[in-house]
Each structure stands twice: as C-alpha cells, then as structure tokens.
Design a protein around this ligand. Sequence first.
Ligand SMILES: [Zn+2]
Length: 154
Amino acid sequence: MADPGLTGWTSHGHRIPNVPQTGRPVNVARCGGPGMCNVCSREAAAAPPARNVITDPITALAGPPNLDPLGALHDAVAFSSRDWSNDGRDGAWIYGIVCGWDDETDGPDAGDAMTEVASLYRWDASTIARLRALHAAWKALEASARGETQAPTT
Ligand SMILES: [Zn+2]
C-alpha cells in the first residue's frame, strides 16, 4: 500500500508528526493515526528526524507559511479520541467538513458513515450535499495552503 511518491505519512495515510510531508495519501485508514494505532505509531517512531531535511530560507520565506492552521485543525480532528459521529451534531458537522464522512477508500463500507450520521441527525439530501461540498472546498483550501494545485473533485 505504501506509495514511493509519499513521504512523511504512515502506510495508513496519517501525517507523521515533525516530519515534512510529500504528496498526499489517497487512502486514509480510520485507525486514529500515530498515538492511537500500533502500526501508525511504530512507523512514526521509525521515521527519520526532521533535522535531516535542509530548508532553504529564501524559498521557505517565499513559500507557504510554516504555520499551517488548516493542517493543525485537520490533525486535531482526525487524531482526536472523540467519537465525532455520536457526540452531537456540531461535532459531526465539523468532522464532515474537515475529514469527510465518505470513506475515500473503495472498501465495502464506502459511504456508510455518511449515511449513518445523516440518519442520526436527520440531515436531508441537500444538507448532505452541502456538507460534501464544504469538505471538497476544505480539501482545496488545504491543498492551496500547502502550495499544491488541487485536482478537480466532484
Ligand atoms: Zn494506523
């Protein structure tokens, strides 16, 4: 499952703390990432330290800011031990924008989480569509904050 074009990510698709990320995993496991998942924790612990990376101060100044509030919020939500689906609709809405309820892998559970959450909070089709659109817009913002060109999403 590991993609050679990706560095700084666990094989489950989670960001390894204190290591620069290259690329973006397509498939992200709902395992909790480093700190919760044994596989992710082991891989994060084995990652080379960030000091091996040489940063050009000119391009660092010209490039995206080192502070990444969108990524920080994404990590805070994705790595939280909170059960975002069952802890109130505001949390479910926030998770839906930042992480998305649709399983972005092609497993047998694809789409099930959105269906369950929408049913729990009585979100109708237009509310679901709005949440999916917000998540797509969020991902575009994250990509643009990292200086990447966003591939068109549906
Ligand atoms: Zn994991």
